[in-house]
Ligand binder design. Sequence first.
Ligand SMILES: NC(=O)c1ccc[n+]([C@@H]2O[C@H](COP(=O)([O-])OP(=O)(O)OC[C@H]3O[C@@H](n4cnc5c(N)ncnc54)[C@H](OP(=O)(O)O)[C@@H]3O)[C@@H](O)[C@H]2O)c1
Length: 273
Amino acid sequence: MDINPETKVFGVTGFPLGHSLSPLMHNEAFRVKGINAVYLYFPSMSIRGVIEGMRGLSIQGLSVTIPHKETACAYVDELDPLASKIGALNTLFNRDGHIVGYNTDASGALDALKTVATDLRGKTVLIIGAGGAARAIGFAVVEEGCHVTVVNRSDRRGEALARDLNAAFCPLKELNSISSDIIIQTTPVGMYPKVDDSVVPEGVLSEGMIVMDVVYNPLETRLIRTARTRGCKTVTGIEMFVRQGAIQFKLWTGQDAPFDRMMEIVKKQLLHG
Ligand SMILES: NC(=O)c1ccc[n+]([C@@H]2O[C@H](COP(=O)([O-])OP(=O)(O)OC[C@H]3O[C@@H](n4cnc5c(N)ncnc54)[C@H](OP(=O)(O)O)[C@@H]3O)[C@@H](O)[C@H]2O)c1
């Protein structure tokens, strides 16, 4: 790609950035759509400095990751209503110097769920975990009219999220005692290299249930594999990841993202390195 004075600059910020797949995914999307833009790594410990730099250098858009998703909310000029409710953002958009924050983790997860379960209204949902991903997905599914129970290892964090969502709480060790239409696994358990781990006992999974795992490395976690063999409909973490990226792309460029190509290149990277 030729870099010239019109080349728009995007990127990902957080610390550490190590293995982010976002540069690969977004640069391919720009290439496929013929957009004069580049997506770079911006490792930083200071989100305040990043946002000032974004204005000063006319950086058009940033993906925001750990540890800045919550603190960034204090430094933007405007926060999308869902990001404001969640109290965390993962996307910044520079509209002529006016920095707006969005949470596409929430909308990406919803989009992924809706491809499997077209209607979420009235469904019962167990959200396993109470961290950042659980929070984003929790607010999104509550807005869709789901009845949520937060299931977490530590009571303190689980009860706090349940309170914020106006939802029920169940300790992780009692997961066997409850059932639901949908299970959304949001802990890092099952992630490479501990690929044989799962927080969900097999007996909890029954035919027709929808099971989503936010972990995307490996592409098929032990939970997803077990759920498939028990007749559940499954949603993998990569579906959420690429969808949140596609929503960012649309926000930043105004164009539909080349979703299939983005999925293909991320999958290839995860499978073959
Ligand atoms: N697919 C996507 O697009 C996407 C997007 C965002 C995040 N993610 C993935 O989501 C995962 C969680 O991210 P996060 O930001 O929410 O993390 P986080 O804020 O650190 O929260 C982690 C949660 O997992 C629980 N947990 C951690 N280890 C556990 C274990 N061994 N057994 C049971 N529970 C455990 C924690 O429970 P306690 O409260 O008891 O500590 C906490 O509720 C990561 O793997 C991340 O890569 C995927």
